[in-house]
Design a protein around this ligand. Structure first.
Ligand code: 13P
Length: 250
């Protein structure tokens, strides 16, 4: 079993800090075998980080990108600017949706753009606490996933991250059972969308939201969770490496 562990540094780390952290992580986990590690630093650190990681198994991802072609889009970043350095791109993160107004349609356009440039989108979906309490988990996951996948023909180059909004940055993670239940619903939606059986669907499904070295094992021991999308606990080499070491013992 190989796991996919994605570090989302969000709007943290100057270039100097990024390079220090990436070097510490790279030095410590070059030999790791059953873990695919993706680091998503801020845009400013992508190019220098790619140099540090030249002969490394660690891959880079971008935290976002525009769906537009190069041109008059002040402050945006195009797919061509990141695709030479990154293999992944996080799209539809709840912070992008809530703070910056990204709609399902915009997220879908970004996903299609990323796939067209051979970048693997890490598509983030998840419910807020009111939606969960009102019993709307199924309908929210269906709506977000279906709209994300409009026009997507293959499940080969996709990653789905289940990130319940109430667990992001709160220190209160979903329980492993809650996370697994949602990830198994996502798997069924993927089977329906692509008209495939369970064993055909190889799309990794990640859990994200207050993942730590204390709880990572419980998430990865669940049937339908293939990895994690980690925010705060990926910002220090000590915490991130202890997560990786814990996974190594699985
Ligand atoms: P935290 O791990 O800080 O809760 O963040 C999760 C997240 O949003 C990763 O994309």
């Amino acid at each position: 079993m190989s796991y996919l562990i994605v570090a989302n540094w969000k709007m943290n780390k100057t270039n100097q800090e990024s390079l220090k952290l990436i070097t510490e992580i790279n030095n410590a986990i070059q030999q790791t075998s059953n873990i695919n590690v993706v680091i998503c630093p801020p845009y400013t650190s992508i190019v220098p980080a790619a140099e540090v990681l030249e002969n490394s198994s660690i891959m880079l991802g971008s935290q976002n990108m525009s769906h537009e072609a190069p041109g008059a889009h002040t402050g945006e970043i195009s797919v061509d600017m990141i695709s030479p350095y990154c293999e992944y791109v996080i799209l539809g993160h709840s912070e992008r949706r809530i703070i910056y107004g990204e709609t399902n349609d915009i997220v879908n356009m970004k996903i299609l753009k990323a796939l067209g440039s051979k970048l693997t989108p890490i598509i983030c979906i998840g419910e807020n606490i009111d939606q969960r309490n009102e019993g709307k988990l199924d309908s929210i996951l269906k709506e977000m996933l279906e709209s994300s996948l409009t026009g997507v023909k293959s499940f080969d180059n996709l990653v789905i991250a289940y990130e319940p909004l109430w667990a992001i940055g709160t220190g209160i993670s979903a329980s492993p059972e809650q996370a697994n239940e949602a990830c198994s619903k996502i798997k069924i939606l993927l089977m329906e969308h692509f008209n495939k059986t369970e064993k055909d669907i190889t799309t990794p499904i990640l859990y994200g939201g207050s993942v730590t070295k204390e709880n990572i094992k419980d998430f990865l021991n669940q049937d339908c969770i293939d990895g994690a999308l980690i925010g705060s606990a990926s910002l220090s080499s000590e915490q991130f490496l202890s997560i990786i070491q814990t996974i190594d013992t699985l």
